[in-house]
Write a protein that binds this ligand. Structure first.
Ligand code: NAP
Length: 500
């Protein structure tokens, strides 16, 4: 959309947008590309100054994908130029920007535009979305592409504000802070920390890694993509598509172990124990790094260099959670004080306890964040009863611990288009899922998750809400979710109002 059209729209002088998209991570990007291709009137607002979502924000040293990028990319925008099997963050962010340029969607992207409120207007049957600068946009449908992993979670540590050194979260990396010769502490041993530690260990004077729970870590086997392979992918795109399909099938086969063959998980666990034994010779350190819960309960991590980094003489693993901070460092659960100059919180994101990052008011004045305060629920992870024409990208129970989230995002994107087409065909202004359908759908999901390795594998993870329910993961093969999202079935939805 051109700037002049946007101004008119904000003044309410033109027709409605078909879709307003919030957020420019992979969800927003895919939606914008497909809406553009379909010739819809769409617009995207992004609070930051550039696009990329998690791949713009997570620029910590060592940040890289842990799904092979032939698969972790948009299916209709293949990239023969990937330099590695698991490319670094900057390459993925650059790829996303290239997609935006090639797809011709730049004019529809509005940066530094923070949404503060979205309100379903029951008279006009449209969403009225207010930005921080006071302007308002009107759209027939609203898509939240605000991401599950976008709001950093600072650790619950008493007196953290007392720490006089430099403190920052892994997703807000301070590149202006020189780590050379400094006493650096990293809290956490999740996917972020195990990439950060090998990347910064050599620069730090000392590096102390605070581990509360060890992770199951398997070899990443990253490698460079040769110039010949890149040329082959340019010449014969079907070869890259084939590689993508085979990678998808290989990763998807893990679901067989999670769902139907716990003995396979046991076998994998045995293999990983051998890997730890080969990489960590010190028996005390090995014991500390060996998880006591089932593999798969938390996200399985990939690394070729984490254990090697822990062997460096300036690196120390403290097998204790951090409970308190002092002016000069932190105190762990065993009462030990650790003096630090820099403290990095690689402590993850607000996922299970957070709804939308702004007010979303649906039918009858209902607030999405209040409805979701007892745990987010949606139908097909995408639509929510009481919230007409609302699409939640990577919504409740769409997460995948074993495959590419972009596969799910593309399935949701197609569903958005199907839904908009269904409204047009039926001459209906809006839809929302039937409350009973959504309730049954979620009851079934929670029943299937109850005995799963994610819920009952003996760990606590960000997959689980305070009440023990799992509102994050899709408990089945990803192609099954895609199939459910492949059509719009009016039997599951209410129609609201007729179009003029
Ligand atoms: P995370 O998996 O939530 O890990 C947070 C870590 O902080 C955990 O080890 C947690 O320990 C620890 N922690 C929290 N408070 C602590 C305390 N007071 N003392 C000691 N340790 C404490 O966060 P993340 O590593 O940022 O990863 C989040 C998700 O982002 C991943 O699961 C993945 O989906 C995504 N991610 C992907 C990539 C990639 O593709 N390469 C990279 C990074 C992140 P407990 O386990 O005991 O709670």
């Amino acid at each position: 959309m051109k700037a002049s059209q946007l101004k008119q729209l904000q003044k309410g002088q033109t027709d409605l947008l078909d879709l307003l998209i919030v957020g420019s991570g992979f969800s927003g990007l895919c939606l914008a590309l497909q809406m553009q291709r379909a010739g819809k009137r769409w617009h995207l607002v992004e609070q930051a100054a550039s696009l990329g979502g998690t791949w713009r924000d997570n620029h910590y040293p060592g940040a890289a994908c842990d799904i092979p990028s032939n698969l972790y990319s948009i299916s209709f925008m293949p990239n023969p130029e990937w330099t590695r099997l698991f490319p670094p963050q900057a390459e993925i962010e650059a790829y996303m920007n290239r997609c935006a340029d090639q797809g011709g969607i730049r004019p529809g992207l509005q940066f530094n535009a923070r949404v503060i409120r979205a309100l379903w207007n029951e008279t006009d049957l449209c969403w009225r979305v207010t930005l921080a600068d006071g302007s308002e946009l009107r759209a027939r449908a609203l898509a939240l592409g605000t991401g599950g992993l976008s709001r950093p979670r600072m650790p619950q540590i008493e007196g953290l504000e007392r720490f006089a050194g430099t403190l920052f979260h892994s997703a807000r990396w301070r590149h202006d802070v020189d780590l050379a010769g400094k006493k650096v502490g990293v809290i956490g041993t999740g996917a972020s920390a195990i990439q950060i530690v090998p990347a910064i260990a050599a620069q730090c004077g000392s590096l102390t890694l605070f581990q509360r729970t060890p992770a199951w870590i398997v070899p990443r086997q990253d490698k460079a993509v040769s110039a010949e392979t890149q040329a082959l992918y340019r010449r014969r795109p079907w070869r890259q598509r084939l590689n993508r399909a085979l990678t998808y099938a290989r990763l998807e086969s893990r679901m067989f172990a999670f769902r139907s063959a716990p003995w396979l998980l046991k076998l994998a666990q045995g293999q990983v124990l051998k890997f730890i034994a080969a990489k960590v010779r010190d028996p005390v350190l090995r014991r500390q790094l060996t998880p006591d819960y089932k593999i798969g309960c938390k996200r399985i991590l990939l690394s070729d260099d984490f254990y090697r980094a822990l062997r460096q003489s300036n690196v120390r693993l403290v097998n204790q959670g951090v409970v308190r901070a002092t002016e000069h460092g932190v105190i762990t659960a065993d009462g030990q004080e650790h003096q630090l100059d820099v403290l990095v919180a690689a402590t993850g994101f607000l996922v299970t306890d957070a709804g939308a990052p702004f007010e979303v008011i649906g039918r009858d004045g209902v607030d999405l964040n209040q409805v979701w305060s007892a745990g987010p629920q949606a139908y097909l992870g995408t639509t929510v009863a009481g919230f007409p024409n609302l699409f939640v990208m990577t919504g409740p129970n769409t997460g995948s611990g074993h495959n590419s989230i972009i596969y799910i995002i593309e399935a949701q994107t197609r569903f958005v288009l199907k839904a908009l087409q269904a409204l047009d065909r039926a001459g209906v202004a809006a839809f929302e899922p039937r409350a009973d359908v959504q309730q049954r759908y979620n009851a079934d999901l929670q029943k299937r998750l109850a005995g799963s390795v994610w819920n009952a594998g003996g760990c606590s993870s960000w997959y689980l809400a305070a009440d023990g329910s799992n509102r994050v993961l899709w408990p089945d093969y990803t192609f099954r979710l895609r199939r459910s999202l492949s059509s719009f079935d009016w039997q599951a939805f209410h129609a609201i109002g007729a179009t003029a």
